[in-house]
Design a protein around this ligand. Structure first.
Ligand SMILES: [Fe+2]
Length: 441
C-alpha cells in the first residue's frame, strides 16, 4: 500500500492521503521506538498509575481496528476477543498487568496487521464523503493523535520507571534569562486587553469534539506571565516554606500534601543546598531556567497564591494565543517556535522561543510543558459528543482540571491552541507546569 501511494502520479488532490499515510507512519515509528526494549521492561508495571508498555502498544492497534477498520471501513473484526482487554474503560491501569495481554512479539504482529488494512481503507476512502468519520480524514486524525497521546503516556511511564539510558535527548535553543532586569529586558508579564475572542473551533478538521463549537467569549483585561514558571521561581516558593504554609493551599490540596508528605515537585531530591532531579534515570542538578514540570494542579494553584497571582482560566490561556491555530499563526511549528515532538527529553529554558510568541507577547504557550489552568473540564455551549461519549463527555464536570498547550513530548498533530487536555488535580507524572495570571487593577 505504501508503494502504491509512492508510485502514484503527483496529483494535488491526493496530497491529503499521502500526508495522512506519512502521519500514520510517523506515529507508528515513534511507538515502536519507545517499545524497542527488553520484554521484561515492556510487560512490567512501572507504576500503578500506568499501564505496562505492552498494553499501550496493542491498545493503539485495537483502537485503529475499532475506528478505522470496523466503524469507517466496515471490515469484519480481526480479533474481537481482545477488545475487552484493551478497552480503557473496563480496566483501570493498575489492574492491567493481570489481564491476559498479548506478549510483545504478538502485539507488534497484531498492530502491524491492523495497520496494513488501515492503509487499504485509506486508499479506498473518499475524503469528501460527508460522513463525519470520513470527511477530511477525521478518523485517521483520530487514530494518529490517539497514538501520539499514548506515545506521550509511554514517555511518562519510562520516566516513572527511572531506568537509565532508554530515552533520546537532544539540543534545544538557549533561553533569555528574565533575571536580567534593565533596559531592553522583556517584562515578565504581558497584558491582554478586555474584549471578545473566539474560543474553540468549527473548522480544524482533526479537532476533537471537546474543542467545538467555536463561540464568542468576552473577557475583562488581565495580565499573563510571559513565560511558564521556572524551576528557579518554583524553588523560591519551596525555600520560603510554601509547602508548609496552609495559607497558600486549597483545603483539599493542603490535605493531600500533608497526607502524602509532599514537599517538592515529583522527581526532585534535596542535594546539599540545591535540588537535583531524576530525568529518565539520570540524576542532574535542577536547571533553574527551565519551566518547572511534574507539579500537580494543587501545587500550581498554591504557588500562584504565594506569588500574589492566580492560575489563568482556560479562556484566558486561549485568548493569549490570538485566535490562531498556533500563537504565531496557522503555519506548522518550526524548530525555533516551539519545543514539541520529543526533540529533547525536557522543556527548553524560559525565553527560548521569541519567534513563537502570541500577538500579546506571551511565549512558550505551545510545547515545553502542559499548563494547568483554573478551569474544570466542561463542555462548550452547544457541545455535541463525537464520535463517542467516552472521548470527552463522560469526563465533564468538577473532577478534572484543564491543561493547555502540549509539552515537549507532545507531537505537533496533537498540539494546537484549541486542544484541551484534562487530569485529576493531584496528578504529577504528566509533563505539566503552569504560568500565572492576575486581573488588571
Ligand atoms: Fe487510548
Amino acid at each position: 500500500m505504501r508503494e502504491r501511494l509512492a508510485q502514484r502520479e503527483p496529483d494535488p488532490r491526493h496530497a491529503p492521503k499521502e500526508l495522512i499515510a506519512a502521519e500514520l507512519a510517523a506515529a507508528r515509528d515513534r511507538s515502536l521506538a519507545y517499545t524497542d526494549l527488553e520484554d521484561d521492561l515492556l510487560v512490567r508495571q512501572h507504576s500503578p498509575l500506568m499501564s505496562p508498555l505492552v498494553w499501550d502498544l496493542a491498545h493503539v492497534g485495537n483502537y485503529e481496528e475499532l475506528w478505522v477498520l470496523r466503524e469507517a471501513g466496515g471490515i469484519t473484526p480481526l480479533r474481537p476477543e481482545i477488545d475487552d482487554i484493551y478497552d480503557a474503560f473496563k480496566h483501570p491501569r493498575k489492574n492491567r498487568p493481570a489481564l491476559p495481554l498479548l506478549g510483545p512479539a504478538e502485539a507488534r504482529r497484531y498492530i502491524s496487521g491492523v495497520r496494513g488494512r488501515v492503509l487499504d481503507v485509506l486508499d479506498a476512502v473518499d475524503l469528501e464523503d460527508p460522513d463525519p468519520l470520513r470527511a477530511g480524514g477525521f478518523v485517521f486524525g483520530l487514530v494518529v493523535q490517539h497514538e501520539h497521546q499514548h506515545d506521550e503516556t509511554m514517555l511518562a511511564t519510562l520516566q516513572l520507571s527511572r531506568e537509565p539510558g532508554l530515552i533520546r535527548d537532544g539540543e534545544l535553543p538557549p533561553g533569555r534569562v528574565p533575571s536580567a532586569v534593565g533596559a531592553g529586558a522583556p517584562s515578565r508579564e504581558v497584558f491582554v486587553p478586555s474584549g471578545p475572542f473566539t474560543m474553540g473551533t468549527d473548522t480544524l478538521p482533526w479537532a476533537y469534539d471537546n474543542e467545538r463549537p467555536a463561540h464568542l467569549v468576552n473577557l475583562p483585561g488581565y495580565w499573563l506571565d510571559r513565560w511558564p514558571v521556572s524551576n528557579g521561581d518554583y524553588a523560591a516558593f519551596v525555600a520560603d516554606g510554601g509547602y508548609g504554609d496552609r495559607r497558600w493551599w486549597r483545603p483539599e490540596g493542603w490535605e493531600w500534601v500533608s497526607a502524602k508528605g509532599i514537599h517538592a515537585p515529583l522527581f526532585w531530591t534535596r542535594n546539599g543546598d540545591g535540588w537535583w532531579r531524576d530525568r529518565f534515570g539520570r540524576m542532574e542538578p535542577v536547571p533553574s531556567d527551565e519551566p518547572v514540570q511534574h507539579v500537580s494542579w494543587y501545587e500550581a494553584d498554591a504557588y500562584a497564591r504565594w506569588a500574589g497571582k492566580r492560575l489563568p482560566t482556560e479562556a484566558e490561556w486561549e485568548k493569549a494565543c490570538g485566535g490562531r491555530t498556533f500563537p504565531w499563526g496557522d503555519a506548522e511549528p518550526r524548530a525555533d517556535q516551539a519545543n514539541l515532538g520529543h526533540r529533547a527529553a525536557r522543556p527548553a529554558p524560559v525565553g527560548a522561543y521569541p519567534a513563537g510568541a502570541g500577538p500579546y507577547g506571551a511565549e512558550q504557550l505551545i510545547g515545553d510543558v502542559w499548563e494547568w489552568t483554573s478551569s474544570w473540564f466542561q463542555p462548550y455551549p452547544g457541545f455535541r459528543s463525537f464520535p463517542y461519549a467516552e472521548y470527552s463527555e463522560v469526563f465533564f464536570g468538577e473532577t478534572y482540571r484543564v491543561l493547555r498547550g502540549g509539552s515537549w513530548a507532545t507531537h505537533p498533530t496533537a498540539a494546537r491552541t484549541t486542544f484541551r487536555n484534562w487530569d485529576y488535580p493531584i496528578r504529577r507524572q504528566i509533563f505539566a507546569g503552569f504560568r500565572c495570571a492576575r486581573g488588571a487593577r
